[in-house]
Design a protein around this ligand. Structure first.
Ligand SMILES: Nc1nc2c(c(=O)[nH]1)N[C@H]1C(S)=C(S)[C@@H](COP(=O)(O)O)O[C@H]1N2
Ligand SMILES: [Mo]
Length: 318
């Protein structure tokens, strides 16, 4: 499906100096240990945390000449309304969330519904590093080194039937630990969706880590979606359910404000949000005086994903 592997699909060995690469190999090896053996059965969220003792990413690492955002920015400037609407709320309050044990149920139009622990989820395919730019509809972006598995590896395992036209994703609802859910600013649980072909696209991943570590709670632990050609709000955090459905799901943001948020939410510099221009973006962490960066069609993945939207009016289906 991918003609040319570019940007974040570049293997780590091609974008890091040899020594960092070797450290990365060690890390990946540790993360994926047991994928082909039964050892993994005993790995819990806690033992995955052993990874936290491994060396940090090198700050100078680049992605297509874009500097990777600092771990501090990635973990302290977040959108996660379950913990409050301010960018600093998730880093303050998300540590209260208990992410172990966790289960994701996969149900709907498929051969057989299953429930997976995180341990079993990461057994489905080798963990990979993917460096993606996260572009928020509010007009800022960050470059984030994710660790995860392709979403399509999971979907292929559960054998969707011919009625499975869309995939609905549902976040956790647990107001006792998610203090933002005590307010009804959104209709909880947070819900998102993709068309089945979008969900099968190799760029879409389920992330369980970033910066060589287990995913911090404020970034969506223990598992979140990352769809790099779409606005950040499609990348739903703390997933508990994946539902294969026939009809297009109504997502949280569509319900909250259908004039401002559509189902597709493809990054598109030519179609503005009513309140924010989408033509350019500010990189979080850069000086406020730095010139804004030009936003690219499909967040620069036009070559990879453009064919999925050839026959639709992107102004109408925003
Ligand atoms: N469950 C849930 N997922 C969510 C959100 C949220 O409020 N709740 N916010 C979204 C938005 S608007 C963005 S921009 C990204 C931010 O991801 P980050 O904090 O890891 O950068 O998460 C998305 N996923
Ligand atoms: Mo966002």
């Amino acid at each position: 499906m991918l003609k040319k592997q570019k940007l974040s699909l570049i293997h780590p060995s091609e974008i890091t100096p040899e020594n960092i690469y070797r450290e990365r190999r060690e890390f990946i090896k540790n993360l994926t240990v047991g994928i082909s053996s039964t050892a993994l059965l005993t790995i819990s969220n806690k033992s995955i945390s052993a990874i936290n003792t491994l060396p940090n990413f090198n700050q100078s690492k680049k992605n297509n000449n874009e500097k990777i955002s600092s771990l501090k920015d990635i973990t302290s400037y977040n959108n996660y309304y379950e913990f409050g609407t301010s960018k600093s709320d998730p880093s303050k309050y998300a540590n209260k969330l208990k992410t172990d044990p966790w289960s994701i149920s996969i149900e709907g139009e498929l051969e057989k519904s299953i429930t997976l622990s995180i341990d079993n989820l990461i057994k489905i395919a080798p963990l990979e590093e993917r460096i993606y730019r996260l572009r928020c509809v509010e007009g800022w972006s960050m470059v984030i080194p994710w660790i995860g598995i392709p979403l399509n590896a999971l979907l292929k395992k559960v054998l969707p039937n011919n009625n499975a036209k869309f995939v609905e994703f549902v976040s956790l609802k647990r107001p006792s630990e998610m203090i933002g859910q005590k307010d009804d600013i959104l209709d909880w649980p947070y819900t998102e969706g993709l068309r089945i072909d979008e969900a099968m696209h190799p760029l879409a991943i389920l992330a369980v880590g970033l910066y060589g570590k287990v995913l911090p709670n404020q970034n969506g632990a223990p598992v979140r979606l990352v769809v790099p050609w779409k606005y950040g709000f499609k990348s739903i955090k703390a997933i508990t359910k994946i539902n294969l459905v026939e009809k297009m799901p109504i997502t949280t943001w569509m319900k909250a404000n259908p004039k401002e948020y559509g189902f597709y939410a493809n990054v598109n510099p030519e179609v503005d949000h009513p309140r924010w221009s989408q033509a350019s973006e500010r990189r979080v962490g850069e000086s406020l005086l730095a010139p804004r960066l030009k936003t690219r069609m499909f967040n620069d993945y036009a070559e990879e994903v453009g064919s999925m939207y050839q026959n639709i009016d992107l102004k109408k289906y925003f």
